[in-house]
Design a protein around this ligand. Structure first.
Ligand code: HAM
Length: 421
């Protein structure tokens, strides 16, 4: 029987890898501009880390973790997100003692046992950023701007940034109380999950996707009205700095995030074209999390992008493969001549491929499939005259050039094409 991949876990096939690379390389380039360093953590962690870090009344911890007991009898979980792991590593290695301000990014797979659908998988990948040690509104605004720049640099169109403040523990407690009182009156309209959550974690009811819950929360109290003066000032300054950074945003008073560690600023970036799973990135401030995980009191803010969702939005519009297919028609000597060009192009950093033992027709077919914009054709005539015929595979135009100029000419043609793409 054929063995298939696990539901919700995808292979990334060769034809898509160039998109993944583009996304990873863009992320690395943008993070470098903002002084972020890369940190890599294990995929498997002690379950306790996520229970404490994310909150045991969240969907992620309650329903979605891949948790098992290892051979030593310890409960371990595949990471459902990166933040808790990054902070664990920061605390464990004393990174904040070396430098009280750290800006760290990570790329990699996360695991959540969710019901798979378009844009929602059980293994998915995140671009994750964490910024530790700064509590002022500048760091919020700059982090949100970084996320926005990342989205636009990746070529995402029609992106919307929604922002909210969840306040600190003090003002949130007041809000929770008022919200709970409001929800009690709506209890019979709430879904079973929310009927329970109303008591334990009423903010999550605001985020429920069930139609009846969406209706039930119309007219609910709004967190902004409950912010204490420090949180209100902070929020106002974040919004003003976002203007200064030139980031377009929309306030969304119902934006509560699915993880429990957030304080004050929270945000999400949504994009058209994703259907119901339309959040391409989400994040926010978490000023108590480092302490909760056993580290020194340290404010922090961060975000994560879902890479599968970015890739879906990129569609087919990604750069062409940068390379040249070499077609050789003739005897051993022609093939040698082709091998010379193949080697020269590769050592100049230009991708090149050839299947010189196949028929001319089969070689041309492979050239067409290669995705390269150019093909170099070498036959008896080219060999005799020390020339190469370059065919543009997109418009079928051809030029014959001296073999000695071939590498330079091919590089120039590929460069022009890249710039005009
Ligand atoms: P999150 O909102 O749970 O936040 O996930 C961030 C992004 O990961 C989402 O906006 C979405 O694009 C993607 N994502 C989440 N679940 C799935 C899934 N099942 N399939 C495909 N994509 C998915 C966090 O994870 C926080 N740790 C972000 C953060 C970092 N906050 C502070 N620092």
């Amino acid at each position: 029987m054929e063995i298939k991949a696990i539901r919700g876990m995808n292979d990334i096939l060769p034809e898509d890898v160039s998109k993944w690379r583009f996304v990873e390389e863009t992320a690395r380039r943008i993070f470098a501009l903002y002084g972020f360093e890369e940190l890599r953590t294990p995929i498997l962690e002690r379950t306790e880390l996520f229970l404490r870090g994310i909150g045991d009344d969240t969907d992620v911890v309650e329903k979605q973790m891949y948790t098992f007991t290892d051979k030593g009898g310890e409960s371990v979980s595949l990471r459902p997100e990166a933040t808790a792991s990054v902070l664990r590593a920061v605390i464990e290695h004393g990174l904040l003692t070396e430098d009280p301000i750290r800006k760290l990014y990570s790329l990699g797979p996360m695991f959540r046992y969710e019901r798979p659908q378009k844009g929602r998988y059980r293994q998915f990948h995140q671009i994750n950023a964490e910024r530790l040690g700064e509590e002022g509104p500048f760091s919020d605004a700059e982090t949100l701007q970084l996320a926005y720049v990342l989205a636009t640099s990746l070529g995402l169109k029609n992106v919307t940034m929604e922002v909210n403040s969840l306040g600190c523990e003090d003002c949130r407690a007041q809000f929770k109380k008022a919200l709970q009182e409001f929800l009690m009156k709506q209890a019979d309209r709430l879904c079973p999950d929310c009927s329970r959550r109303m008591r334990t974690n009423p903010l999550r009811v605001l985020d429920c996707k069930a139609a009846s819950c969406k209706e039930a929360v119309i007219g609910a109290p709004v967190i902004e009205d409950f912010l204490c003066s420090d949180c209100r000032d902070h929020y106002q300054q974040v919004l003003a700095s976002l203007d200064a950074f030139g980031v377009p945003f929309r306030k969304n008073p119902n934006l509560v995030r699915g993880l429990d560690y957030y304080t004050r600023t929270t945000f999400e970036i949504t994009a058209e074209g994703l259907g119901s799973q339309n959040a391409v990135a989400g994040g926010g401030r978490y000023d108590s999390l480092v302490k909760t995980l056993g580290g020194p009191e340290t404010p922090g803010i961060g975000f994560a992008f879902g890479m599968e969702r970015i890739i879906m939005l990129l569609g087919e519009s990604i750069m062409p493969a940068y390379g040249c297919f070499i077609v050789a028609q003739g005897d051993e000597e022609v093939r040698r001549y082709a091998i010379g060009l193949l080697t020269e192009l590769r050592s100049a950093g230009i991708a090149a491929e050839s299947v010189p033992e196949k028929s001319f027709k089969a070689q041309m077919r492979r050239a067409g499939k290669s995705g390269y914009p150019l093909c170099a054709i070498i036959g008896e005539d080219e060999l005799k005259d020390s020339m190469v015929t370059i065919k543009n595979l997109e418009d079928s135009s051809q030029v014959k050039i001296a073999r000695a100029d071939a590498r330079e000419k091919i590089a120039a043609l590929l460069k022009d094409r890249g710039e005009n793409a």
